[in-house]
Design a binder for this molecule. Structure first.
Ligand code: ACM
Length: 673
């Protein structure tokens, strides 16, 4: 009974999938789906036949798909690609561009019947996208065997730019992190890897012309040019473009550590260990700045084949420009009334440098200025408004506002952020300039051991927003499919299910801390930095690091509680049981965690959080018992619950929050005397 009720709570009623086969776990949801009766059995006899164009990239893509299929189904399909027969026939018209380009045709059709499946695409990249869809159709049946649902799919992306930004500049992310994330990106049809390569805290790419630049990060991590070429090749195999970012003129302390002569203010520069909007900034008026940038960017333009070249441009606070007499005099001489005008002039010089090298610039939305070349792309991060403004002014644009994975937004929030919402005021011509978006994962609070844990599965919700039709927006159905995709992503090698470290704790303690962590989420947006100091030496081994950005358990608990409250005109409906089970589990773990030794104020904050959770779960149990007996909390218990809610609304030094607090508030209100 308990199981059944849980299933009812979670399924919801979904107009979108009402005609769906049982295995409707596709993500991103295709443009057109027509379900049919029946299934295609997937067993050890499964083979693939290539009927049209055939090349190494196509075969490698089929090989990767079959590797994952074998893992899931537990079969070894033996000779994989056959010359005749084959349960899946792949018909590709041509190679398409070996090096992916913006606007490549990624369309495909997939026709699955009980007698066999056919995947057709104009280009190899379309086949790769279709293979991912095929894998998502393969589910286990009640008898333990596997089958793909019969379906006709006609699919193509809504937006041509669907990216993930990996920040290797703060906490360094070694090549293996990047390689495995390429596979996970491909699994949800993302097609742009944006590498944030330089920042105040690191210069993470080898320069052969100017080795002193990357030497400042030699101890903490640098990507060699050979590694970069391997990453670009692996990305191209998967139909993913690689866009490099070199953030200038701000976020540039690491440049100044080896080239202090291009700084706006003389200082003894070393790479930063802390972060935020720091003052160091290049002096755009110096010939040395142009010379170094021109030389290094030319080297990088040759290394990175993509047409787009990201020059950052964000968060120059202007303080060091204001502090420089030389820059003040220059501005006066050139009639620049503001730092924005000077920045725009600097960007024009960058455009003049890069256009002859065949590059189109991308910059964070601070670059938006009438003098910026219209070939550039504005990368909207402070809000969606700049994306629309850019499109109105003739610029192409991509959206990241709303998609910041490091700010711990729930998948539902990212899912709601549409680059071209239904009420957009853009003309069709302007709307065509909106190219898509990127989910950024900044690494101030994430080292390589935590990184995947922050990205997945939430990035899959962004991938769907950017691929699927605008009308695909049922949040409950997104979460249902996301839970399935979350499991399948493990097949790609991405490490998001490797729970972050509990270093210094016994296995029993770690088990309790894991349960504690499942009741909380890190505080959202930039709040953690206001509560904790952090820094590159901070060990990232505390409650906020162990907690998922979005706790699936906590979200499902809140949904169950709300559902129970809504249906409990008669409060004795049996759903209370699974709610109280969860409360008991959290209560037990919280009491255990509250009794652990802790040194330092952040660990003390963890104990405070655990104590608070123990008290909250106890009060919640009282409220449920009262409701079940059609009674109310006593005035004393109600006052205590109110006080707890107030305390819980203010995060402790552990910098976490209780995501189910609104549902508890409703519970206490329902049980109030
Ligand atoms: C940014 O988040 N500073 C682009």
């Amino acid at each position: 009974m308990k199981r059944l009720l849980t299933a009812l709570f979670l399924s919801g009623c979904l107009a979108m999938t009402s005609n769906a086969a049982p295995a409707a776990n596709l993500m991103p949801w295709p443009a057109h789906v027509e379900w049919r009766d029946g299934t295609l059995a997937i067993d050890a006899t499964f083979r693939v036949r290539i009927a049209g164009h055939d090349d190494a990239r196509l075969r490698a893509g089929i090989g990767r798909a079959l590797d994952r299929l074998e893992k899931r189904v537990g079969i070894n399909v033996g000779p994989r690609v056959v010359a005749s027969g084959g349960a899946l026939v792949v018909t590709c018209d041509s190679a398409g561009s070996a090096l992916p380009k913006l606007g490549d045709d990624e369309s495909y059709t997939l026709d699955v019947r009980a007698s066999g499946a056919e995947l057709r695409a104009p280009n190899v990249v379309g086949v790769l996208r279709g293979l991912e869809t095929f894998l998502q159709l393969v589910e286990k049946r009640a008898d333990g065997s596997f089958a793909a649902a019969s379906v006709k799919i006609d699919d193509a992306p809504r937006f041509p730019w669907r990216g993930l930004m990996i920040d290797v500049a703060r906490h360094f992310q070694p090549p293996e992190v990047i390689f495995r994330n390429l596979d996970a990106m491909a699994a949800v049809k993302m097609n742009v890897l944006h590498l944030h390569l330089t920042d105040d805290q690191g210069f993470r790419i080898e320069s052969k012309r100017h080795p002193e630049l990357h030497a400042v990060s030699a101890d903490s991590g640098v990507l060699t040019q050979e590694q970069i070429r391997a990453i670009i090749a692996a990305a191209a195999e998967r139909g993913i473009r690689v866009v490099p970012e070199f953030d200038v003129p701000g976020h540039a302390t690491a440049w100044l550590a080896s080239h202090p002569e291009i700084a706006s203010v003389p200082r003894n520069y070393t790479v930063a260990k802390n972060w935020g909007v720091l003052n160091p900034v290049m002096d755009p008026t110096k010939l040395e700045t142009d010379a170094l940038l021109g030389s290094f960017f030319a080297e990088m333009a040759a290394l990175f084949p993509d047409e787009f070249f990201h020059i950052g441009g964000d968060e120059n606070n202007g303080k060091d420009w204001n502090a420089s007499e030389r820059i003040a005099a220059f501005k006066k001489g050139h009639g620049f009334a503001t730092n924005e005008a000077l920045h725009a002039w600097f960007n024009q010089k960058l455009a003049a440098m890069m256009t002859p090298l065949g590059k189109r610039l991308v910059g964070w939305d601070e670059v938006l200025h009438p003098d910026f070349p219209r070939s550039a792309v504005v990368h909207s991060w402070r809000g969606p408004e700049s994306l629309a403004q850019a499109a109105q002014q003739g610029f192409a644009g991509i959206l990241s506002a709303g998609y910041y994975l490091d700010l711990h937004y729930p998948a539902a929030d990212a899912y709601a952020a549409d680059p071209l919402p239904a009420d957009s005021k853009l003309t069709p011509e302007q709307a065509a300039r909106v190219l898509g978006g990127e989910a950024p994962m900044w690494s101030e609070w994430a080292d390589a051991r935590i990184y995947d844990f922050r990205i997945w599965p939430r990035a899959a919700a962004v991938a769907e927003r950017l691929w699927s039709p605008r009308e695909v927006r049922d949040v409950a159905d997104m979460y249902r499919r996301l839970a399935r995709v979350d499991e399948w992503l493990v097949e790609t090698g991405v490490q998001h299910h490797a729970w972050p470290r509990f270093e210094g704790f016994s296995p029993e303690e770690a088990a309790a801390l894991r349960v504690l962590a499942s009741a909380v989420e890190p505080v959202k947006r930039y709040r953690r930095g206001q509560i904790q100091k952090g820094g590159l030496d901070y060990p990232l081994n505390e409650l906020a690091d162990w907690a998922h950005s979005e706790s699936r358990l906590a979200r499902e608990f809140a949904a169950k509680l709300d559902d129970w409250l809504a249906r409990s005109a008669d409060a004795r409906v049996p759903g209370a049981e699974s709610i109280t089970d969860q409360l008991e589990a959290w209560h037990g773990a919280a009491r255990r965690a509250a009794a652990m030794p802790a040194s330092g104020e952040i660990a003390q904050g963890r104990l405070d959080t655990a104590r608070l959770l123990a008290e909250l779960t106890e009060s919640a149990q009282l409220a449920i018992v009262a409701l079940v007996h059609q009674k109310h909390l006593t005035p004393e218990d109600a006052a205590r619950a109110k006080g707890l809610l107030e305390r819980a609304a203010k995060p402790t030094k552990a910098a976490v929050e209780f995501p189910f607090l609104p549902a508890l508030r409703r519970l206490f209100a329902a049980a109030a005397p």
